[in-house]
Design a protein around this ligand. Structure first.
Ligand code: GLA
Length: 752
């Protein structure tokens, strides 16, 4: 052996030892993480105990668990406050109740097919080519990767498969579920109900259901009722999300939960078409089943085809209804909105609709733009009326070219002027609709949804284009693409002003015509997704005559939404109170418009109108040509104050201090994400008997923090000293509000 070799050998030996140590360490690590940790580590988002065939999903404050029972069904086990995986044991079916409620119906399944003896709401109902209508789903296998779990179920006889997707968002408390139904048989299967998920609540509660209803100009009304035995259905059969009800629910415990405390189970669907939630209480179960609306549903799956349901997001908190809303807001900001986890702060917007309606032209819009820029507005939006022969709502929809009488030089000179004034430019479109009085309809009367030979019902003098057709989809995409390519447009306000009627698709094979309910929405999403990826700077405002199409499917694709055509500031207090139960103030556009307001003829002071709008994403929609110098001065001050607080309002934590539904006095608090700023708004509808408003107690502040307080008045910002967190929460603040429609806002900046 030469010297070099002997010098090398000890190193080689120690290298081998090191290798062995590393391998041993890795083996221990693998053992701990694969074998021990699923049983012991509560921080792991999803654990699978193979022996017990048990899954435990941990997210935020919540634990969700299910397992395979002795029959092979996927059985729900637990949804509530966090417990450890080791606290749960193998699923075992529940006994029947006499010979009437068989065990198949008393046992809560994660995703029940309609078959065997099932009387609760099924998640899946199908008809097979051979006449069979019985679906009984049994567990086949699972795939677990980090926060994603896929469980495969199969019908006991046929090769109809269901893939259940679970995704855990570990910090948020949110769990996302959806189902993919796959036909591996050799014949057609028609799905008559395909739900995204069934959620089971603990069986021994006394529950209240909260949900949102409304209609045009009166959206987002919060309803609360005790859950009685039976089924409570909230739904849309309108083709889109609708404003009659919104796909959001919160269920709490009657005697335990309020705004700040107690258990709440809540959920939201990510779908912009017809949907349904069945909230069901039987003698021994509470369940919420939701997904595609089964009404007039019929989705034919050829062999090898599958259908993906929309995502259904749900969560649990023990922190009351306020915390349930905050969890959803944060989740939308971090996971759903374009630009998440840091969606762009909303610019202050001007919109011409209430000022000029259809009478838009270059000179008039330029005059408004000059004035808007002086106020501090950052985005100027031209609403309806700029295209085709659109002089009222009887004509023009479908003809997306610039009206050359109103804009002889095209839109370019207006857009250039808007840019020179330091604002970006927005434009209104309603791409899914057509007026019979339009060039498009004259060319393609077959492009609207219709039943052959039957009348086509108009709403606002318009018909709905059948986006399920790929040629219609391509036409809409290329028209919008051209519009955005030829003009420097920062925002499209995407409107949708009626519900469906005669939802026929005569060109499709008879057995596929009902797919219109699904295909339309998929194609709508496809248009928006392609447009956004081709024009990455483009933003979109979702609008449907106000708030008739707000849901998490849309919010994945639009940066902001228009909650209501009702801009009366007093009505807006309750509309926005309802809206923010479910959706973040970041997306909630709110304009300051003129008085008397067109909806109620109500006159409210400009400060009141501004402060109500400043609790969301601020816009101005009044006719600035008519505003006095005094009003312009108030508006400028308010907008500059808003810019100091908007990050807190849009992206902070919202705390509902006093509800506008319960009293004539209401108040809201926002805390910035970094806890450095707190903003408080308070509103008084009408003072009576000279009574002063009650002391206002803030919530959730560090006791020893000191805040410098600034109050906004009509003209000035007044520094009113320093206050501690303890004082603000325990002593409370006496606001000087009096008379009718008074309002105030305070900015509290943390100084220590
Ligand atoms: C709908 C919208 C309004 C406005 C008009 C224009 O009603 O909600 O904001 O854009 O259409 O026609």
């Amino acid at each position: 052996m030469d010297a070099n070799e002997s010098e090398l050998r000890p190193q080689a030996v120690s290298g081998k030892l090191r290798l062995r140590a590393v391998v041993t360490f890795l083996l221990v690590l693998i053992f701990v993480s694969c074998v021990l940790s699923p049983l012991t580590n509560a921080a792991t988002p999803i654990t699978f105990d193979e022996k017990q065939r048990l899954w435990v999903l941990q997210s935020g404050e919540a634990t969700y668990a299910f397992g395979v029972n002795e029959r092979g069904e996927l059985q729900h086990l637990y949804w509530g406050k966090r417990i450890g995986a080791q606290d749960l044991t193998k699923a075992h079916s529940l006994p029947e109740w006499a010979s009437f409620d068989l065990s198949t119906t008393t046992t809560p399944q994660e995703y029940p097919g309609w078959g065997a003896g099932l009387y609760v709401e099924p998640a899946l109902k199908a008809t097979f080519a051979n006449g069979n209508r019985d679906v009984v789903l049994y567990y086949v296998d699972q795939k677990l990767e980090a926060n994603n779990l896929e469980i495969t179920l199969k019908d006991e006889i046929s090769a109809l498969f269901v893939h259940l997707h679970y995704r855990v968002y570990p910090d948020s408390g949110i769990l996302e579920r959806s189902a993919q139904i796959e036909n591996r048989t050799s014949e057609e299967v028609t799905l008559e109900s395909a739900q995204s998920a069934s959620w089971t609540l603990p069986r021994d509660g006394s529950y209240r259901l909260h949900y949102l209803t409304g209609r045009w100009a009166g959206e987002w009304q919060l309803q609360t009722e005790t859950l009685q035995i039976g089924k409570r259905v909230i739904e849309s059969r309108r083709g889109s999300t609708g404003n009659e009800a919104n796909p959001w629910f919160a269920i709490d415990e009657t005697d335990k939960t309020d705004e700040t405390h107690g258990p709440v189970w809540f959920g939201q669907l990510g779908w912009s078409g017809s949907w349904r939630f069945t909230i069901e209480r039987t003698s021994d179960q509470y369940r919420v089943t939701g997904g595609f609306n089964p009404f007039d549903f019929g989705y034919r799956l050829s062999p090898g085809e599958s259908l993906q349901t929309p995502p259904f997001y749900a969560g649990f908190t023990d922190g009351g209804l306020g915390e349930a809303s905050r969890i959803l807001h944060r989740y939308q900001l971090e996971q759903i909105l374009p630009g998440s986890p840091h969606p762009r702060i909303r610019p202050v917007l001007y919109n011409s609709w209430e000022a000029t309606e259809f009478s838009v032209d270059e000179a008039g819009q330029m005059a408004l733009a000059e004035k808007a820029a002086r106020l501090g507005v950052e985005r100027f939006v031209v609403d309806d009326g700029w295209f085709g022969e659109r002089n009222n709502d009887h004509a023009g929809l479908g003809d997306w070219y610039v009206n050359s009488r109103k804009f002889p030089r095209g839109l370019k000179s207006l857009i250039d002027r808007v840019h020179q004034l330091g604002m970006d430019f927005g434009l209104w479109v309603e791409p899914e609709m057509v007026n019979p009085d339009s060039d498009l309809y004259r060319r393609h009367p077959d492009w609207v949804m219709n039943f052959r030979g039957r009348p086509r019902t108009e709403g606002r003098n318009q018909l709905v284009l059948n986006l399920a057709r790929d040629d219609v989809k391509e036409y809409i995409f290329s028209g919008l693409d051209r519009l955005v390519t030829e003009n420097d447009i920062g925002l499209l306000k995407w409107d949708y002003n009626r519900n469906w009627s005669e939802p026929g698709w005569p060109e499709a094979p008879f057995a596929d015509q009902k797919k219109i309910w699904v295909r339309y929405v998929q194609n709508l999403y496809d248009i928006i997704d392609r447009l956004r990826s081709k024009h990455p700077r483009l933003e979109i405002e979702g609008c449907s005559g106000g708030g008739a199409r707000v849901d998490l499917g849309m919010l994945r694709r639009v940066d902001q939404v228009w909650p209501s055509d009702n801009t009366d500031a007093l009505d807006r207090l309750t509309i926005q109170y309802g809206f923010t139960q479910a959706y973040s103030p970041h997306v909630m556009m709110a304009w300051v418009t003129d008085v008397p307001n067109g909806i109620n003829d109500r006159v409210t002071p400009l400060r009141f109108r501004f402060l109500v709008a400043m609790t969301g994403s601020l816009g101005v929609g009044g006719n600035l040509n008519k505003w006095s110098d005094d009003e312009i001065a108030v508006a400028s001050k308010m907008i500059s104050f808003y810019k100091q607080i908007r990050a807190t309002v849009q992206d902070g934590n919202l705390v509902r201090l006093v509800s506008p539904i319960e009293s004539e006095f209401s108040a809201i608090q926002y805390v910035s994400q970094d806890s450095q700023q707190v903003v408080v708004f308070a509103f008084l509808h009408s003072q009576q008997f000279g009574r002063s408003v009650p002391l206002l107690y803030l919530q959730g502040l560090p006791e020893d923090a000191m805040y410098s307080v600034t109050t906004i008045d009509n003209r000035s910002e007044e520094h009113t000293g320093k206050l501690s967190g303890a004082y603000l929460m325990h002593h409370g603040i006496q606001l000087r509000l009096g008379g009718d429609y008074d309002a105030t806002a305070m900015k509290l900046d943390r100084v220590q």
